[in-house]
Design a protein around this ligand. Structure first.
Ligand code: NAX
Length: 324
């Protein structure tokens, strides 16, 4: 067995947390030979409920669970962390506009970002709490001493939703689908790109045609989160936790040549302004991601990328005073 890794999870007593923690501690994310110390962060009033989650984790005798710690202080929870899942954030209520939500959550991510300075400089951070791209931007701006490359936001659920739809339509399994990825913001403007994607080894574009791929397909993926809420009376939790595992596992253990989606701090790739947290096609190896450059983008893709840039620039303007 290796030396234990410290993995922090915020919002650990929430719905996504309840589906996520078990999968981290049973070896699915960092490998079966990797002991895990879970460091769970919650707001103070929720700490008693979190104790119930801790009891259940212990009662599950998960193969990789070395220890579980809890705290309501991010400076404690993130100290010396190797990986951090930023899941907790304030939900939007009926009185809030999207701008109110961005500003309310932005403030949480100033404090959490500053606390991430106490993690290892190699820490891998995934931001799930919404609006996740901009929360990630705020956290990265406030985490002194941690390279921007270590901050990511989750668009893997959008990618997985796209793959799920293609598998249904093609009457096959998701594993038969390769190299589908998402551009942009985790919002209904995101663009699932199938240009280099294949299904059972056949180009997806040739199999399904542009009418479906630029119409019903994009619309279904873009509105899937709302459809789940309407049907279930609660937002996506198990599928979100599953996507967070996919994202972190691929970053840590590699994609073995496959293209996946990660929202990362742009260095200007594909004309996306440097500094925006934007979802790109990436491959991962040796614990690092690399943007897949040189893919062809047609006018449709260029327009979608521009639409996402505009939305994220507006979000960035709404939190400009939080960016240090
Ligand atoms: P829940 O409301 O079930 O749980 C959130 C938990 O976070 C609560 O237990 C709360 O006490 C805690 N929390 C709030 N503020 C905190 C803080 N400052 N520090 C630590 N903990 C804090 O929500 P859940 O369903 O788990 O969703 C969590 C977040 O994921 C939400 O922001 C949600 O919008 C977002 N999602 C993101 C997705 C994505 O693809 N990026 C998809 C699923 C989900 O909608």
């Amino acid at each position: 067995m290796k030396a234990p890794m410290r993995v922090a999870v915020t919002g650990a007593a929430g719905n996504i947390g309840y589906a996520l923690l078990w999968r981290i501690a049973n070896g699915e994310c960092f490998g079966l030979d990797q002991p895990i110390i879970l460091s769970l962060l919650e707001v103070t009033p929720v700490l008693p409920r979190l104790q119930g989650v801790v009891m259940e984790l212990v009662d599950s005798a998960l193969p990789c669970l070395h220890a579980v710690e809890t705290s309501d202080d991010p400076n404690v929870a993130f100290a010396d962390a190797d990986a951090i899942f930023l899941v907790g954030s304030r939900p939007r209520d009926a009185t809030m506009t999207r701008a109110d939500l961005i500003s309310a959550n932005g403030k949480i991510f100033v404090g959490q970002g500053a606390a991430i300075s106490k993690a290892k400089p190699t820490v891998k951070v995934i931001t799930v709490g919404n609006p996740c791209n901009t929360n990630c931007l705020v956290a990265a701006a406030n985490a002194k001493g941690i390279p921007k490359t270590q901050f990511t936001a989750m668009t893997r659920l959008d990618e997985n939703r796209a793959v799920g739809q293609l598998a249904l339509k093609g009457s096959t399994v998701p594993a038969a689908i390769k190299d589908v990825f998402v551009w942009g913001n985790h919002a209904d403007t995101m663009y699932p790109d199938v240009t280099v994607g294949t299904i059972d080894g056949v180009a997806i574009g040739a199999k399904f045609g542009a009418d479906y791929l630029k119409g019903e397909f994009i619309k279904t993926v873009a509105t899937r989160g709302k459809a789940v809420i309407d049907a279930r009376g609660a937002s996506s939790a198990a599928s979100a936790a599953n996507a967070a595992i996919d994202h972190m596992r691929d970053w840590h253990l590699g994609t073995h040549g496959a293209i996946v989606s990660m929202a990362i701090v742009s260095e200007g790739w594909y004309g996306v302004p440097a500094g925006l947290v934007f979802s790109f096609p990436v491959r991962c190896a040796d614990g690092k991601y690399t943007v897949v450059e040189g893919l062809e983008t047609d006018d449709f893709a260029k327009a979608k990328i521009a639409e996402n840039v505009k939305a994220l620039e507006e979000e960035r303007a709404a939190v400009s005073e939080l960016l240090g």
